[in-house]
Design a protein around this ligand. Sequence first.
Ligand code: PLP
Length: 421
Amino acid sequence: MDLQTIALHSGYEKDSQGTMAVPIYQTTAYEFRDVEHAANLFALKELGNIYTRLNNPTTDVFEKRFAEVEGGEAAIATASGMSAIFFAIVNAAEAGDNIICAKQLYGGSLTLSAHTLKRFGIEARFFDVQNPQEIQKLIDDKSKVIFFESLTNPSIDVADIEAITDIANQHNILTIVDNTVATPVICQPFDYGVDITVHSASKYTTGQGLAIGGIIVERKNLIEKLKNNPRYTHFNTPDASYHGLIYTEVGLPPFTLRARLSLLRDLGAVVSPFNSWLFIQGLETLSLRMKEHSKNAYMLAEFLESHPKVTKVNYPGLKSNTNYKNAQKYFKNGLSSGLLSFEVKNLQEAEKIVNATKLYSLVVNIGDSKSIITHPASTTHQQLSHEELIACGVPEGLIRISCGLESSKDLIEDLKQALEV
Ligand code: PLP
């Protein structure tokens, strides 16, 4: 079935009321039929609802639907994109282990990897996503994860996914890809050997900037990689916290099972049923919206490329862009998402342009239906020196745009007048 059909129908069996819209099961807990039923649910002899921190029927539809849209086997939703990333990493790695991360990551993922995980005893080692061969020398027997973004935020690079999964598979290491910016509509990382994907559902999934949430998706047959893999003994030995359960012997997708039974149970970063419902609404139109976001971004990028005040445009859909080749290989239907950036000569020029736009909101978010403009050097990256800004690909004159769903004509007109102020 086509992705757009799956996004409308998958994962939902109409209940006795025949409701077309998925109901919001706004509840904390569920009644057991009797003591035996309760015991069976806890022992996984029967699957069913126990408590909304573990599962919820509305969230269940979101998880099943998203997993299918992404081409995976199972998914687990979380309270935010950051908790999805944290859970995915610590489901594979523990104190004493290391993870290998792209340098070009969303800022929150960078601080999580470099600082917060360090306090948990997990070391992050970094490679340049433009040079996957750097990964080889970073791997040792304590390496548990290779983590990167398919389309990076904010640097707007496209990862050579197969080059990375080839290296990971030589060493039997799990790959985790943040597919937030590309979305499953544009990129299907599992087709290129990725094991786990994570998303901030707060971006294109909700699509209108309505709610915070995240999701982890496990590829089909991941069990074959995890079973008896000496890197992941915790998936192959009894879990004392769950009466000796061995995750690879239950017959359910093991990565999401462990994330749910161990991490969601104990850390509790659960999504609310209402937010799951919003994400279900967003999924219904995701593929339609991604086409429009991409079309608008492409037209804006072309306009900017021809403007004399603009020194550089970063958009992988442009032939002149260094990521064009990877975008052609990994992105579907000629789409490149809604994120682009451009450079003008200095900080003052960039500030003038951002302040002069009327249609673009100055906001630190992406993936909204309303267009967003940001100036990283004065906001998300303001602590960095001039040299550090250059090193991480965020010069003072860089402006980032998350292209919304307004008419491309109006978006171009507004930017044009701002460039002329
Ligand atoms: N991943 C990417 C690529 C992001 O851009 C963001 C947020 O901007 C996140 C993850 C974190 O998501 P959330 O804000 O839902 O925690």
